[in-house]
Design a protein around this ligand. Structure first.
Ligand code: MTE
Ligand code: MO
Length: 513
């Protein structure tokens, strides 16, 4: 085999190995984290890094919208680099696959920068790199064997050639299949994106009252009063985030109703929307935990939709169902009373993020998410607790889940070293649907003392508090507790999250110097 022929096969081996790897990564990304494509992430990173002159030239040549040209350029660049990696590997063992691994690292870094710390998004570039490297190494090793066989009469030439082409063929077939599958997945993501881009969040018929300036305390280390969408806790059973094209979506009411009704996204957006700040919480939240967040939700009252269907007597529960099969059981009165439960489409002034239930979800003040806050909502089945069990209720969690009143110390963090003398504590407290009237703190076994409550947003949201205490040098334990607006004190007995939510006082340890 001449050097030229060897190089040719090595080049092709590199191209096919990396094509299979990269396309497998894209396919996985389309499934795991549709908002981050590894190839686009690398491309955008490169574009961001171009000198302004070159960038302007590229934009004027291709136009900002021309993603096809962009992807073609990326394909050619990646293809040539991959082919060269194959040639390097054939000439100097390890030179080629190290190059590919280096590109893989670059891809992982680019994805990580875009994925806002979502570690799941790292899987696709890592899989792409591992698969590419493995295939490249195997293919080139077989190519060498084939060439050795030509010089060594004791080895069968036929076998050497066949073994090489097996690997090459597998890479080609894999690249083709994953390429087709990626096209289908990406196509559906693209059509979702186009449909989403057309949507406009309607103006609320009833806007939320502006937040009083005194509601947000300026204490360093205190969590924000309203949590931005990209920092909002996320809990669901969906490994792959459901990507729903809003043009195809509809929400229907079934079960014990006078007539089944349904609504499309366009119809939903045309309803008079109300806007509310509501603090939602996860039943798995430990005392002092982070699985709680407050946002401004925009939506249509569930009771108005239920009224269209006509709820029949005897029904006491609504089983809400999501696109991916998750279900939650919500007592019907929580959806029809004056707490303003909504079919939410907006979160902090934006369409719901994919991860938080686009196109629509339920928001019910006062109930843990697992029995109320169904994301990717598709159906409301009017039924009874007797007849139906929701997703988590079949797994040992309580059928009903009112949020337990609780309070939390945000700052200082437990274990922190602080200066002795005056110490400022701050945090939040919540008793959704009732409101908080008092927060108290205690150092060691000292007197409980009242904290200062910030102005509240509403009884359905957490309220911030701060307190100044005196601490002597040494180790201390600091606790917080609350009283709700009905005079009910927070439960002191410790309870683990299962089966119906944690209780007890949040306590931290500090070290005063
Ligand atoms: N479709 C679907 N909706 C869901 C869940 C889920 O697993 N699937 N989890 C629920 C739980 S347990 C909680 S605490 C909230 C969390 O909402 P968030 O991720 O927007 O914070 O969503 C609820 N809605
Ligand atoms: Mo939850």
């Amino acid at each position: 085999m001449s050097q030229r022929v060897l190089d040719g096969w090595a080049f092709l081996s590199g191209v096919l190995a990396v094509a299979f790897g990269v396309l497998a990564g894209e396919l996985l990304a389309g499934w795991l984290s549709p908002s981050v494509s590894p190839v686009s992430a690398v491309g955008s990173m490169v574009i961001d890094g171009l000198p302004p002159g070159v960038k302007d030239l590229a934009i004027s040549l291709f136009g900002t919208a021309d993603k096809v040209v962009f992807l073609l350029v990326m394909a050619v660049v990646i293809g040539v680099a991959a082919g060269l990696a194959g040639v390097f590997e054939a000439h100097r063992k390890n030179a080629g696959w190290l190059l590919v691994a280096g590109f893989g690292l670059l891809g992982a870094a680019a994805v990580f920068a875009r994925a806002q710390g979502n570690t799941v998004a790292l899987a696709p570039p890592v899989v792409a790199a591992l698969l590419s490297v493995a295939l490249l190494r195997i293919a080139i090793a077989r190519l060498r064997d084939w060439r050795t066989a030509q010089a060594d009469p004791t080895v069968s030439l036929e076998t050497g050639r066949r073994r090489f082409f097996q690997v090459l063929g597998a890479s080609a077939a894999g690249a083709l299949l994953t390429g087709l599958a990626t096209g289908v997945v990406r196509g559906s993501v693209a059509s979702y994106q186009a449909a989403r881009d057309k949507l406009k969040l309607p103006a609320p018929a009833e806007p939320a009252a502006p937040i009083p300036a005194a509601a947000q305390l300026e204490v360093p280390g205190l969590r924000p009063l309203v949590i931005p969408n990209d920092q909002f806790y996320r809990i669901d059973t969906a490994l792959a985030v459901p990507v729903i094209n809003p043009d195809d979506w509809q929400l229907k009411i079934t079960g014990m109703v006078d007539r089944e009704v349904s609504i499309t996204m366009a119809e939903l957006l045309a309803q008079p929307m109300i806007e509310r700040y509501v603090t939602i919480a996860c039943v798995s939240n430990e005392v002092g935990g982070d699985l709680i967040g407050n946002a401004r939700w925009l939506g249509w009252p569930v009771r108005e939709f239920l009224a269209r269907a006509g709820v029949q007597p005897g029904a006491d529960m609504v089983l809400s169902r999501s696109q991916d099969g998750f279900t939650a059981s919500t007592p019907i009165e929580a959806l029809t009373d004056d707490r303003d439960s909504i079919i939410a489409v907006g979160m902090n002034g934006q369409l719901l993020p994919l991860e938080h239930g686009f196109p629509a979800r339920l928001i019910v003040p006062g109930l843990y998410g697992y029995v109320s806050a169904t994301k990717w909502l598709t159906e409301l089945k009017v039924t009874t607790f007797q007849a139906d069990l929701a997703y988590w209720s079949t797994r040992g969690w309580s059928e009903r889940g009112p949020i337990k009143q609780s309070s939390r110390i945000d700052t200082p963090r437990s274990g922190a070293a602080v200066s002795s003398g005056k110490l400022v504590l701050a945090g939040s407290a919540w008793a959704q649907t009732t409101g908080i009237s008092e927060v108290q703190v205690q150092v060691d076994d000292g007197q409980w003392q009242s904290a200062t409550l910030a102005a509240g947003i509403s009884k359905d949201t957490w309220v911030q508090w701060s307190a100044a205490v005196e601490v002597a040098p040494g180790q201390h334990r600091v606790q917080v507790r609350s009283v709700d607006a009905a005079g009910q004190p927070q439960r002191a007995e410790y309870a683990a999250p299962a089966p119906d939510g944690s209780s007890g006082y949040h306590a931290i340890r500090i070290n005063a110097q």
